[in-house]
Write a protein that binds this ligand. Structure first.
Ligand SMILES: C[S@@+](CC[C@H](N)C(=O)[O-])C[C@H]1O[C@@H](n2cnc3c(N)ncnc32)[C@H](O)[C@@H]1O
Length: 176
């Protein structure tokens, strides 16, 4: 029920901002406590390459670089979110290990990734899946927030019942 409410909120939010059809999900940030759980579940280690598909305000990329000492890249199409996240990266002095590509999720090369994080709509996971199956090297981990990848079997699934604000979150870990 709660998940349905999130889908509904995501769709309404997108409509309210007049986003076009290519947008795979509107901006709906992952709470920081859940970001940390995602990176822990993905087993992110220092020096590994991670990508966040649709990076929003850059919070996952920033935590991956700052706390986990990973090489972190976000992909974000929205101008304001791209600018805001790059500003934050610069203000934290993380430019060497964190960056945001101002572009389309579908037009990037993820073949060097050790870990991908994803928080998109269920139908968007379906659309992105073929690209990931084609590009990802063996062993790449994928952590998806709230929505599974159909046709992939999760190696692990965890639910955090309360994020501190009364919302529950499910995280899915996959390995190619
Ligand atoms: C649900 S938000 C998740 C943000 C962030 N990953 C997080 O978990 O906090 C999805 C993000 O994907 C971005 N997005 C949607 N479609 C995209 C596309 N085709 N290319 C790049 N970014 C996209 C949206 O602008 C939005 O910021």
């Amino acid at each position: 029920m709660q998940r349905l409410a999130v889908i509904f909120a995501l769709v309404l939010c997108g409509a309210a901002r007049g986003q076009d059809a290519e947008k795979l999900a509107p901006y709906y940030p992952t709470p920081l406590v859940i970001v940390e759980k995602m990176l822990d579940l993905g087993g992110l280690k220092a020096g590994e390459k991670m990508f966040d598909l649709g990076s929003g305000d850059g919070r996952i990329v920033i935590m991956a670089a700052q706390k986990y000492h990973a090489d972190a890249t976000g992909v974000e199409m929205a101008d304001d979110l791209y600018r805001q996240s790059m500003q934050k990266i610069r203000s934290l002095g993380l430019e060497k290990t964190a960056r945001i590509i101002h572009g389309d999720i579908f037009k990037q090369d993820y073949s060097s990734a050790d870990l991908l994080t994803v928080y998109l709509l269920p139908v968007s996971n379906d659309k992105v899946r073929p690209l990931l199956e084609k590009q990802l090297k063996k062993g790449t981990r994928i952590v998806s927030h709230d929505f599974p990848f159909r046709d992939w079997t999760a190696e692990k699934e965890i639910t955090i019942e309360d994020d501190g604000e009364g919302r529950s979150h499910t995280l899915y870990l996959y390995r190619r």
